[in-house]
Design a protein around this ligand. Sequence first.
Ligand code: ADP
Ligand code: F6P
Length: 322
Amino acid sequence: MKRVAVMTSGGDAPGMNAAIRAVVRAGLEYGVEVYGIRQAYTGLLAGDIELLTSREVSGILQRGGTILQTARNEEFKTRQGQQRGLRRLNERGIEGLVVIGGDGSLRGAMALHNLGIPVVGIPGSIDNDIWGTNMSIGVDTALNIILDSLDRIRDTATSHQRAFLIEVMGRNCGYLALMSGILGGAEIVVTPEKATSMDEVAAALEDSYVRGKTHAVAVIAEGAPFTTSELAAYLDKKESVGFEIRLSILGHIQRGGSPTAFDRLLASRMGVRALEALQEGQSGVMVGLQGREIKTVSLEEVTTKTRQINESFYELARILSR
Ligand code: ADP
Ligand code: F6P
């Protein structure tokens, strides 16, 4: 294989640039030209594909976002769109593709693999909802940003004896909420996966008030059974909670910023391994962190299985919140 392409797709994640750089530098090692596809499947359909030189990926290791930009594209979900994408790759003599993105993007990668072009995926999403890898690129950075925000909010919450409802990202996956709840010392965590009522949140906050805590924190995932605003309105009416209620939606701050050491290392290892896998003739696979090793796992499994949160973390969160 002499010519491969790389794209970043779906929600951006800190560390995507480190992965692009690693693919390009591994290409230099193995004598493979690496082309960058701008704006994911949208750029692929438009033929927006340019050679990436080693210098073009200089100085991007520490940068958040993605220099190739990203996009969401409905047309690529159709068979005709995918065939057009394949034609664009063939026109440019591209023999293999690396797709860095979330589970949707990896479904797109799988579709191209099924049409016959070698494809390797790299898991990039702050949600940590991708099956087949312990961690996806960007998760560690997002978690650290959330923790930094929680620590700051705690300062003002204590000063005013308030309870804060903090909404974190995760439409379908509560990993960020649960882990930041444990590591940030939350009183209660609400995730999309586990049924929790507004009454249970009220009880947890009230309990901390009664036990003399100077403040309380509830971490609510974006995809929780109720919105943070609904919860705030509900708690405001319940005088028994004790604390005055404030809410804070962290939003896209969680997706920006320089990747942590962990994410730089993960992305660098995955980028090199993805290029190597293509060179070995592998296709229809994703590189994933399993134990301490970067291994390949079939995209068929990745796109059909759902990554579950380790149940014991819920118990850990409960025990530590006393
Ligand atoms: P993420 O990759 O972060 O999960 P999305 O789910 O929005 O983000 O997917 C990103 C893009 O991947 C979509 O806009 C679409 O172009 C492509 N994609 C998603 N699902 C499929 C699918 N089933 N078949 C082909 N392409 C898909
Ligand atoms: O997949 C990552 C993620 O940040 C989710 O947690 C969130 O629901 C979604 O992307 C928001 O994406 P956007 O604002 O780009 O539509």
